[in-house]
Design a protein around this ligand. Structure first.
Ligand SMILES: *[C@@H]1O[C@H](CO)[C@@H](O)[C@H](O)[C@H]1NC(C)=O
Ligand SMILES: *[C@@H]1O[C@H](CO)[C@@H](O)[C@H](O)[C@H]1NC(C)=O
Length: 441
């Protein structure tokens, strides 16, 4: 959500560059690689027998470009899967509860298995991606203050999926064997009650005041899982041993930890920010090394390079990010409706890309991913009835998936907006959030 004067200014600039067709030299294009895009509508499934009613669970999975149209830019066809049907039935049979609020999606490295986290109910569903069939549904444990959630599930490797049980303040691990079709919980790090390698309490009013885990991600080449925290600070957990191997306090990583992204072989991006209760807005982007973590390092070590750290009264909310050419990072800002580019090699900020155009007045870009050929970015645009996140930032004008054509290291154009609809009682309740590009091999 942006101030309207800001939106108007950006609209004028964006239209000008679109109309003149001015574009800087483009990156060399790689051979096209096939992919499809899985995007989640968090709104509850509607009751077909009663157009004014929703079930209170379910939601919709949209699979864009489902026919493996290699190199095609016709994204008009989506397969839509109602999660209140087969998925809810499996969850109910396995856990005695229906899944609520499909929030984030991830894939195994080979794209064959998907993991979908339902944030409100704490369910994690694994899918056979090719057949779209749910193959397992597990529910997180009850943790801090009697809460259980599944904010995000990340398939670390073929053996493990890590889950951020946000309000339960736990990292939980699923052990699986994809070939045998076995899935079971097998490890917990209790972030509300544990101790760090230095002996400090994991959660502490001054060091790390609120250890709800938000995002988690491990680089492909090692088992270092980076865990961002709602109250600030960060942990690196070795997901194979489920031990904390690095501890950061909130003087190093600011509150409202959000994105965690692998950038080439060498770096991990962490961002945090958004609003504080006192009316100021934070924007923080950090470059962590991908390696060098050990429980013997001591606190806040290795230190990240801070690429940007600001807090003032202009609305901003850095959130999702994508990496380009193993070097550039584009951070999507839900509040300012922009993308800010960073050069991780040089360790500095580059230009920013406005996203407000005639295609979307207040796009409110949330979760983004990049295609394997690095030509295109898909990003969810939030709807008018946001069901997660600070409503002040999460309410958008155009529930949809935006398609961005990548120009150069800090240029790109929003070229298509693929609408999402969940019409209940004549109102579009769709609330796009999680999104992931699934490579097809
Ligand atoms: C998964 O576990 C099996 C059995 O313990 C092991 O042989 C295999 O190397 C593991 N795979 C990965 C990616 O760690
Ligand atoms: C507002 O809160 C943020 C985060 O809690 C803090 O970093 C900042 O210093 C505060 N600003 C003011 C003006 O109190």
């Amino acid at each position: 959500m942006a101030h309207s004067f800001f939106a108007t200014t950006l609209l004028a600039i964006a239209c000008l560059s679109r109309a003149t067709g001015a574009s800087p030299a483009v990156f060399t294009r790689q051979a096209n690689k096939a992919y499809e895009v899985w995007a989640l509508d968090q709104s509850d499934s509607r009751d077909p027998a009663n157009p004014g009613r929703q079930f209170g669970y379910g939601g919709y999975l949209h699979i864009i470009n489902p026919a493996n149209q290699k190199g095609s830019t016709d994204f008009s066809t989506s397969q839509i899967i109602d999660l209140s049907q087969e998925t809810a039935a499996l969850c109910f049979a396995s856990t005695g509860a229906n899944p609520v609020r499909p929030h984030m999606i991830d894939f195994s490295n080979d794209g064959r298995i998907g993991a979908l986290a339902f944030v409100a109910s704490g369910h994690v569903v694994h899918f056979d991606a090719a057949t779209r069939k749910p193959v397992s549904c597990l529910r997180t444990s009850v943790g801090a203050n009697g809460a259980r959630q599944a904010h995000m599930a990340s398939i670390s490797d073929d053996n493990y999926t890590l889950v951020a049980n946000q309000n339960g303040k736990r990292i939980e691990r699923i052990r699986h064997d994809f070939a045998k079709g076995t899935y079971a919980w097998d490890g917990i790090v209790d972030l509300a009650n544990c101790r760090t390698p230095s002996g400090a309490p994991c959660q502490d009013p001054t060091i790390r005041p609120d250890n709800a885990p938000i995002c988690l991600m491990n680089p492909k080449k090692n088992s270092n899982a980076f865990i961002t925290l709602r109250g600030g600070g960060m942990f690196v957990v070795d997901y194979k041993t489920m031990q904390i191997i690095a501890e950061y306090d909130r003087t190093v990583v600011a509150a409202n930890g959000c994105g965690a992204l692998e950038v080439g072989e060498d770096w991990v991006m962490i961002d945090s920010g958004g609003a504080a209760a006192n009316g100021t807005f934070g924007y923080h982007v950090y470059r962590f090394p991908a390696t060098g973590y050990s429980s013997r390092n001591g606190v806040n070590s290795p230190l990240p390079l801070t690429l940007q750290s600001t807090r003032d009264t202009s609305e901003k909310d850095p959130h999702s990010a994508i990496a380009l050419k193993n070097r550039y990072v584009w951070v999507f800002d839900r509040a300012a409706n922009t993308i800010q580019s960073f050069d991780f090699k040089q360790g500095k900020a580059l230009g920013s890309i406005p996203l407000v155009t005639s295609l979307a007045a207040d796009p409110t870009p949330d979760i983004a991913d990049i295609t394997p050929d690095e030509q295109t970015i898909f990003v969810t645009f939030r709807g008018a009835f946001p069901l997660s996140g600070d409503p002040h930032f999460s309410q958008g004008s155009t529930p949809a998936v935006g398609v961005i054509d990548i120009g150069n290291k800090d240029s790109g154009t929003l070229i298509q907006v693929l609408p999402m609809e969940n019409i209940v009682g004549g109102v579009n309740r769709a609330d796009p959030h999680g999104l992931k590009v699934r490579p097809l091999f």
